[in-house]
Design a protein around this ligand. Structure first.
Ligand SMILES: *[C@@H]1O[C@H](CO)[C@@H](O)[C@H](O)[C@H]1NC(C)=O
Ligand SMILES: *[C@@H]1O[C@H](CO)[C@@H](O)[C@H](O)[C@H]1NC(C)=O
Ligand SMILES: *[C@@H]1O[C@H](CO)[C@@H](O)[C@H](O)[C@H]1NC(C)=O
Ligand SMILES: *[C@@H]1O[C@H](CO)[C@@H](O)[C@H](O)[C@H]1NC(C)=O
Ligand SMILES: *[C@@H]1O[C@H](CO)[C@@H](O)[C@H](O)[C@H]1NC(C)=O
Ligand SMILES: *[C@@H]1O[C@H](CO)[C@@H](O)[C@H](O)[C@H]1NC(C)=O
Ligand SMILES: *[C@@H]1O[C@H](CO)[C@@H](O)[C@H](O)[C@H]1NC(C)=O
Ligand SMILES: *[C@@H]1O[C@H](CO)[C@@H](O)[C@H](O)[C@H]1NC(C)=O
Ligand SMILES: *[C@@H]1O[C@H](CO)[C@@H](O)[C@H](O)[C@H]1NC(C)=O
Ligand SMILES: *[C@@H]1O[C@H](CO)[C@@H](O)[C@H](O)[C@H]1NC(C)=O
Length: 454
C-alpha cells in the first residue's frame, strides 16, 4: 500500500523554471496588523489516534484528482474552524487553503446510506446544523456542485448566492454551494467548508479537468470589491493542553485578548507574536508545477504552491561547539509544495522524509495498518527545518512527534511529517503552527515569519 519510489516531480524542465522564478530575499517590510481577523477553534481527535479518526477527505481529494492514490488515512484529524455568517445565519466551517469552494449543508440534508449500513440504522454524516430556508440571492438553476473524495466521501448539491461575512467584511451576493446529499464522517463541529484558494480551483471537480466555469470564491470577491487588500494571513496554534486533554474543539479566547490562539486575518497580520527578523518571501507558483493535476499548459495560480530552497534535518548535540546549522544535513532538491491549512500533516518526498525518520533516536517506524510513521513517545527528536530565502523555519519537537496522537499502549507517537512519492507535497498544520503565513495574492507571493515560542 505504500512506498512507490520517488518518481521525480523535479524534472529538468521544471527545475529550469524554478531557477528562473525563485527570488527569495530577506524582506525589508512589515505587513500591517489588521482588525479584520477572526479566531479559529481547533478540532483535535481523541488521543488514541490509531483508531479511525476523521478521514483525510480534503487531502484525499487532492491526491486523487489526477488518479494518484496515496495512503492518507487519519491525516486530516486536526483542523481549524471559524463561524461564517451566511445571510443572517451562523455556520461553523473548516478553513481550507487547499480548495476554493465554500459549501455548507442545507438543513435538512440527506446523508447517504452505504451498502454496509444496517437497513435499520439511520446514517449519520456527522455534520452540524446547516443552512435553513432559502438563499436570499436565489439559486443558480440547473447548477450542480459535486465533489468526490477518494476515501468514499462526497458532497453534492447546487450553487446559489448569499452574503457571506468574515471578520466584519461581507462578500455580497457571493456564489456558494449548498449541499443536500452527502456521505461524510464528521465530528459534528462543522457544517461545511471555507475554501481560500484561487478561482481556478472552482472549475475542477476532481473528475475531468476544468469541467465547470470558474467563479470568484469568497475572499476573491472581498478583495475585488476593494473591501480589503488582496492578502490574508494565518496563524495556527498548537494547543498546549493537547497532551493532557482527550481533544474536543478548543474554545477561542475572547476576541482582542492577547492570548495566543489561531487566527485568520484578512488584509493584514493577526495579533500574534513573531520574530520580525525572520521574514522570508517566495513566489506563489502556477498550477503547472503540480503534475498530478494535469494542467501542464496553464500559467494560472490555483493553490498556494511554493518551492522551498532547502530542507534541513539531523540529530544535534547541544554541548558541541559546532554551530547548530553545521550539525544538520541540508537537502537542496527543489520541488513544488502546497501550503495547506486543511492538511494535518506535512507531506514530503519519501527519500527526504526517510532521512528524518532515521534521525529520531530510536528511529521512527512504519506501523502497518496506520499508513503512517511512529516513534517511541520518549524518543529523542531531531531537528527539521524548511528553508525559504535566508530563513529556516524549524518544526517544533511537539509538532514533529505528536504526544497526543499515540497508540493504545502509549508507546508509539505519530511523527508530524509523512512521506509520499506522488504529489502533491504539502506544508500542513505541523509546519504552519510554527509560523505566521501571509498569502499575498496581490503580489503572488507567500511570506513567512517564525512564531515566537508559545
Ligand atoms: C484516470 O483513470 C481513468 C479510469 O481509470 C482513466 O480513464 C483516465 O485516463 C485516467 N486519467 C489519467 C489522467 O490518467
Ligand atoms: C433571516 O433572513 C430571512 C430572509 O433572508 C428572514 O426571513 C428571517 O426572518 C431572518 N431571520 C432572522 C433571525 O433575522
Ligand atoms: C423557499 O422558496 C420556495 C420556492 O421559491 C418557497 O415555496 C418557500 O416557501 C421558501 N421557503 C422559505 C423558508 O422562505
Ligand atoms: C438537491 O437539490 C437539487 C437541486 O435543487 C435537487 O435536484 C435534488 O433533488 C436535491 N436532492 C436532495 C436529496 O434533496
Ligand atoms: C480520556 O483519556 C483518559 C486516559 O487517557 C481516559 O481514561 C478517559 O476515559 C478519556 N476520556 C474520554 C472522554 O475519552
Ligand atoms: C487568557 O488571558 C487571560 C487574561 O487576558 C488570562 O486570565 C487567561 O488565563 C489566559 N488564558 C490562557 C489559556 O492563557
Ligand atoms: C499542452 O500543450 C501542448 C502543445 O500545445 C499539447 O500537445 C498538450 O496536449 C497540452 N497539454 C494539456 C494537458 O493540455
Ligand atoms: C556532544 O558533544 C560533546 C562535545 O563535543 C561530546 O563530548 C559528546 O560526546 C557529544 N555527545 C554526543 C551524544 O555525541
Ligand atoms: C534530497 O531530497 C530528495 C527529495 O526531495 C531525494 O530524492 C534525495 O534523495 C535527497 N537527497 C539526499 C542526499 O538525501
Ligand atoms: C523510553 O521508554 C521505554 C519504555 O517505555 C524505556 O524502556 C526506555 O528506557 C525509555 N527511553 C528513554 C530514553 O527514556
Amino acid at each position: 500500500m505504500k512506498v512507490i519510489l520517488f518518481s521525480g516531480l523535479v524534472c529538468p524542465a521544471i527545475a529550469g523554471l524554478l531557477r528562473g522564478t525563485a527570488q527569495p530575499d530577506r524582506v525589508a517590510f512589515r505587513d500591517a496588523l489588521t482588525t479584520n481577523y477572526v479566531s479559529m477553534r481547533r478540532s483535535a481527535p481523541a488521543s488514541n489516534a490509531l483508531s479511525r479518526g476523521i478521514p483525510s477527505t480534503l487531502a484525499a481529494w487532492r491526491a486523487g484528482s489526477g488518479n494518484v492514490t496515496t495512503n492518507l488515512q487519519n491525516v486530516h484529524d486536526i483542523y481549524y474552524i471559524i463561524d461564517l455568517k451566511v445571510g443572517n445565519q451562523t455556520i461553523p466551517v473548516s478553513v481550507d487553503t487547499g480548495s476554493s469552494d465554500t459549501w455548507m449543508v442545507q438543513q435538512p440534508y440527506e446523508c447517504a446510506s452505504m451498502f454496509w449500513s444496517s437497513p435499520n440504522s439511520k446514517p449519520n454524516c456527522g455534520l452540524g446544523d446547516g443552512f435553513k430556508g432559502n438563499l436570499s440571492g436565489g439559486i443558480i438553476d440547473g447548477s450542480v456542485f459535486s465533489r468526490s473524495y477518494t476515501d468514499g466521501t462526497f458532497v453534492r448539491g447546487y450553487f446559489g448566492y448569499e452574503d457571506v461575512t468574515i471578520g466584519g467584511l461581507t462578500a455580497k451576493h457571493q456564489q456558494l454551494a449548498i449541499v443536500n446529499y452527502t456521505y461524510w464522517y464528521g465530528d459534528g463541529l462543522t457544517s461545511g467548508l471555507l475554501g481560500l484558494a484561487y478561482p481556478l480551483m472552482t472549475s475542477l471537480n476532481g473528475e475531468s479537468p476544468q469541467s465547470q466555469k470558474a467563479y470568484d470564491p469568497v475572499f476573491t470577491t472581498m478583495w475585488k470589491s476593494k473591501l480589503v487588500l488582496p492578502l490574508f494571513s494565518i496563524a495556527l496554534s498548537r494547543d498546549e493542553e493537547e497532551n493532557k486533554k482527550n481533544g474536543t474543539a478548543v474554545a477561542p479566547p475572547k476576541t482582542g485578548s492577547t492570548n495566543e490562539t489561531s487566527f485568520l486575518a484578512l488584509g493584514g497580520l493577526p495579533p500574534v507574536d513573531y520574530d520580525d527578523g525572520s521574514w522570508a518571501r517566495t513566489p506563489i507558483q502556477s498550477m503547472q508545477l503540480l503534475k498530478e493535476w494535469g494542467l501542464d499548459n496553464t500559467t494560472e495560480r490555483g493553490l498556494y504552491v511554493i518551492v522551498a530552497d532547502s530542507y534541513v534535518y539531523g540529530r544535534t548535540n547541544s554541548t558541541s561547539s559546532v554551530p547548530l546549522a553545521d550539525q544538520l544535513t541540508k537537502n537542496t532538491t527543489q520541488f513544488p509544495v502546497m501550503v495547506d491549512a486543511g492538511s494535518t500533516l506535512t507531506i514530503l518526498p519519501t527519500d527526504l522524509v526517510q532521512k528524518l525518520y532515521k534521525s529520531f533516536d530510536p528511529p521512527a517506524q512504519y506501523l502497518s495498518g496506520t499508513g503512517l510513521y511512529y516513534a517511541p513517545c520518549n524518543a529523542t527528536i531531531p531537528k527539521f527545518g524548511v528553508q525559504i530565502g535566508d530563513s529556516t523555519f524549524y518544526i517544533a519537537p511537539e509538532d514533529l512527534l505528536k504526544q497526543a496522537a499515540h497508540d493504545e499502549t502509549g508507546y508509539w507517537c505519530r511523527v508530524g511529517v509523512t512521506d509520499s512519492d506522488s504529489g502533491p507535497h504539502v506544508l500542513g498544520v505541523t509546519f504552519l503552527t510554527n509560523v505566521v503565513a501571509v498569502f499575498d495574492i496581490g503580489a503572488t507571493e507567500m511570506r513567512f515569519a517564525a512564531r515566537r515560542t508559545y
